[in-house]
Each structure stands twice: as structure tokens, then as C-alpha cells.
Design a protein around this ligand. Structure first.
Ligand code: RFL
Ligand code: PHB
Length: 389
């Protein structure tokens, strides 16, 4: 089989790239190691920057997002027992949209199916070959049969644990990493959100986040140990701990119910440089990870795909490779901005026992500075709604 672009991975990066290429008449195949149901079952991000919303519109998958997504013009920080609003829209003229990654994925899968574009689920042992030459190939196995795809370009959209980044010679890649000494324990529940907007909580017992998926579905997180045992967190314990970390007025408003999903996620900052190796291009989590505190993971995947899709479209229209040559540098400039912001939000809001009382005082001073300074809030807002691309 021969295609122009072989896309490995059907997360948001791979599916969005597939859709944008399809609209431009560029032939691509998506290879995914898991089943479609498994991909849809993963509960991940919930906040879309305006730029990501515009890109999804351009991809022709914005209808349900605009009908069901909730537009937020602010977020709240809770510390010292009180909530303080950051007016995102007032500071930047931009909003964010609450619409789960699961829904984005579903919309992209539906669009791909409607277009008759090819996705191979449960493609086993995908491997990438010859990307330093002119005729790269991807091999995989499906139902016990070996397949080979010849292509012009390979898109490594296969996430942090994928095969593409690992196939690059060690000497050609440099990685930068910070692993945080805690994780997030997340609960999804069919209960109304505790507040209109997201609340990020700095508390002596640890960070907490009140988020949502809709007006009847909430998503809450608690800072927890990296090796936290989920069995030790029956629903009641989770709700009790969340109440303790909220201010009393908010705690009184909290509506609790059975958890429909509960999981622990580690927090990590990671960047691989460059993001292009001959005819292999990395995008999204395959190239970089941010801690979730800034809500940037999915949004960075979208901006990578914006740069990559426009470069491919330009290449096939003009035969020139200047845009493809600029891909890695363009992405990385924006990636490092989001890395900085996500690291800063993480440092601002979590308990770092190793930083001691001095660290706590500095953190509190920074929160007080935000509360008292419109320019400080504007800087947070500008990054939270997303830097331009
Ligand atoms: P994904 O979504 O990981 O998709 C990669 C896809 O590639 C497939 N794959 C392979 N397919 C074929 N052959 C192979 N050898 C393959 N290896 C892997 C995988 O099965 C998968 O379907 O990466 P993508 O598309 O770049 O999208 C990135 C986003 O998913 C990610 O940035 C965010 O979800 C990060 N993230 C969060 N971001 C936020 O903004 N807010 C959050 O609350 C948030 N929570 C999370 C998260 C990521 C998590 N991970 C990765 C464990 C919570 C978790 C648990
Ligand atoms: C979520 O709703 O899952 C979510 C929202 C904001 C974040 C992280 C996660 O910063």
C-alpha cells in the first residue's frame, strides 16, 4: 500500500492531522495500536484554547463543540480560605471552552468515518523505517497478517510511550525532563460542578482542582503521592479530602455522588528536540509532555498539528520544503512557552515538602502579588488562554 502521509496514533494529534490533510486532498492512513473504544474511554483534558477551537472549526468538526461546549471568561484561584477570580476575557479579549478530549476525539473519529478515510485500529507492532531517506515505510501487523505502507512522510502522533521517538538514533535527539514528586488523583462524577468556572486551589494539604465536562458532569483532582493506591480512596474519602482543601463557602456548595472514573496521573515536564528527523515528524505528546496544571497538553498538540498540516499542504502545493524545514523550530518556540507556564502554575499551586517553609512563603507572596496586581493577572491570563500561533 502507498499513501502520502502515514500517521501513527489516533489520539487528538493523529486524528486532527488526518482530518486537515483529508480536507486538503492529501492521502493519509492512521494506524492505532488500541481499539476505538479504548481510545474513547481515556479521560484526559477538558480545556480548549480559542486557537484550538478555531483549528477544530477549520477541520470542520466544530458543530457539536459550539453547541455543547461551555465558554468560560475566567478561572478562580483559591488560597488563604478565599476565592479570587482571574478575568481571562477582560485581560485578553479571549475565552477558553470546556469540552472534553473524549468529545473532540469522538467528533474527529466521526468525521473520519464520514469521509471514508482509513483508520486501522488494533494495528500491532508498528515500526518505522527509512525515514532518513526518500522512501520511508511503516510496517505493522493486523489479525496476524504483516502489512507494509510506503509513504512520503511519517507523522509520529503516538504519544509519550509511542514507537516513533524511540526509533530515532540516540545521537540525533536531545531530551529535557522534570518529574514532579507527586501525582493527581482524578474523579469524574455525574454531579453539577461546584462553581461556574474552574477553581485552582493552593492549600496546606495539597493542590486541588474543581473542573467540569458539562453542567451535569464534574471533574475533580487532588494532589496525591506518586504511588497512591486508588483502592485506599473510596468515594467518601475523596469528597471529604476535597472539602478540606476548599474554602468553607465552596465546600458547603459541593454536590457529591458516585465516581464514574477514578485514576492517578503522574506529573512530568518533557521536551524532545528536534521534532523532525528526515521524513519523520513528531507531534503532540510524542515530542513533549506538560504537567496538567496549565491545561496545555491537548492545546499544544493542536498547535503542532497546525504547523505540520500547513507545512505539508504547502509542500504538496508548491513542491518546496521551506515550511517543513521550519516545523521543528516553530513548534519548539511555542512548546517551551507552554512548558514554562505549566511548570510555573505547578510550582505556584502544589505543596512541595522539600521546599520547606521558605518555599511556602514565596508561594504565598506570589499568590498575593497576583491578587493585588492587574498586570500579574494579565500575564497569567495571556498564557492560560494560549499564546498565538
Ligand atoms: P495521545 O492522546 O497519547 O495519543 C497517542 C495515540 O497513539 C497510540 N499509540 C500507537 N499507535 C500505534 N502504534 C504504536 N506503537 C502506538 N503507540 C501509541 C496510543 O494508543 C494513542 O491512541 O497523544 P496526542 O494525540 O499527542 O494527544 C495529546 C493529549 O492526549 C495530551 O496532551 C493530553 O491528554 C495530556 N493530558 C492532559 N492534558 C490537559 O490539557 N489536561 C488534562 O487534564 C490532561 N490529563 C493528560 C491527562 C494525559 C494523560 N496521559 C498521557 C497518561 C491525563 C492523562 C492520564
Ligand atoms: C480537566 O478538566 O481535566 C482539567 C482542567 C484544567 C486543567 C487540567 C485538567 O488545568
Amino acid at each position: 500500500m502507498r499513501v502520502q502521509v502515514a500517521i501513527i496514533g489516533s489520539g487528538p494529534s493523529g486524528l486532527l492531522l488526518g482530518q486537515l490533510l483529508h480536507l486538503a486532498g492529501i492521502d493519509a492512513i492512521v494506524l492505532e495500536q488500541r481499539s476505538a473504544d479504548y481510545v474513547l474511554g481515556r479521560i484526559r483534558a477538558g480545556v480548549l484554547e480559542q486557537g484550538a477551537v478555531e483549528l477544530l472549526d477549520r477541520a470542520g468538526v466544530g458543530a457539536r463543540l459550539h453547541a455543547e461546549g461551555i465558554v468560560h471568561g475566567g478561572i478562580e484561584l483559591c488560597f488563604g480560605g478565599a476565592r479570587r477570580r482571574i478575568d481571562l476575557h477582560g485581560a485578553t479579549g479571549k475565552n477558553v471552552t470546556i469540552y472534553g478530549q473524549t468529545e473532540v476525539t469522538r467528533d474527529l473519529m466521526d468525521a473520519r468515518a464520514a469521509a471514508g478515510a482509513k483508520t486501522v485500529y488494533e494495528a500491532e507492532d508498528a515500526s518505522v523505517h527509512g525515514f532518513d531517506g526518500r522512501q520511508p515505510k511503516v510496517r505493522y501487523r493486523k489479525d496476524g497478517i504483516e502489512h507494509e505502507v510506503e509513504c512520503d512522510f511519517i507523522a509520529g502522533c503516538d504519544g509519550f510511550h509511542g514507537v516513533c521517538r524511540q526509533s530515532v538514533p540516540q545521537a540525533a535527539i536531545r531530551t529535557f525532563e522534570r518529574v514532579y514528586p507527586f501525582g493527581w488523583l482524578g474523579v469524574l462524577s455525574d454531579t453539577p460542578p461546584v462553581a461556574e468556572e474552574l477553581i485552582y486551589v493552593n492549600h496546606a494539604r495539597g493542590f486541588a482542582l474543581c473542573s467540569m465536562r458539562s453542567r451535569s458532569r464534574s471533574r475533580y483532582y487532588l494532589q496525591c503521592a506518586l504511588d497512591e493506591n486508588i483502592e485506599a480512596w473510596p468515594d467518601e474519602r475523596f469528597w471529604d479530602e476535597l472539602r478540606l482543601r476548599l474554602d468553607s463557602a465552596t465546600a458547603d456548595q459541593l454536590v457529591t455522588g458516585p465516581a464514574i472514573e477514578k485514576s492517578v496521573a503522574p506529573l512530568r515536564s518533557f521536551v524532545a528536540e528536534p521534532m523532525r528527523f528526515g521524513r519523520l515528524f513528531l507531534a503532540g505528546d510524542a515530542a513533549h509532555i506538560v504537567p496538567p496544571t496549565g491545561a496545555k497538553g491537548l492545546n499544544l498538540a493542536a498547535s503542532d498539528i497546525h504547523y505540520f498540516s500547513t507545512a505539508l499542504i504547502d509542500y504538496y502545493a508548491s513542491g518546496k520544503s521551506a515550511e517543513l524545514d521550519a516545523y521543528s523550530d516553530r513548534c519548539l518556540r511555542r512548546v517551551w512557552q507552554a512548558e514554562r507556564f505549566s511548570w510555573w502554575m505547578t510550582s505556584l499551586l502544589h505543596r512541595f515538602p522539600e521546599n520547606g517553609p521558605f518555599g511556602e512563603k514565596i508561594q504565598r507572596a506570589e499568590l498575593d502579588y497576583l491578587a493585588g496586581s492587574a498586570p500579574a493577572r494579565a500575564s497569567l491570563a495571556e498564557n492560560y488562554v494560549g499564546l498565538p500561533y
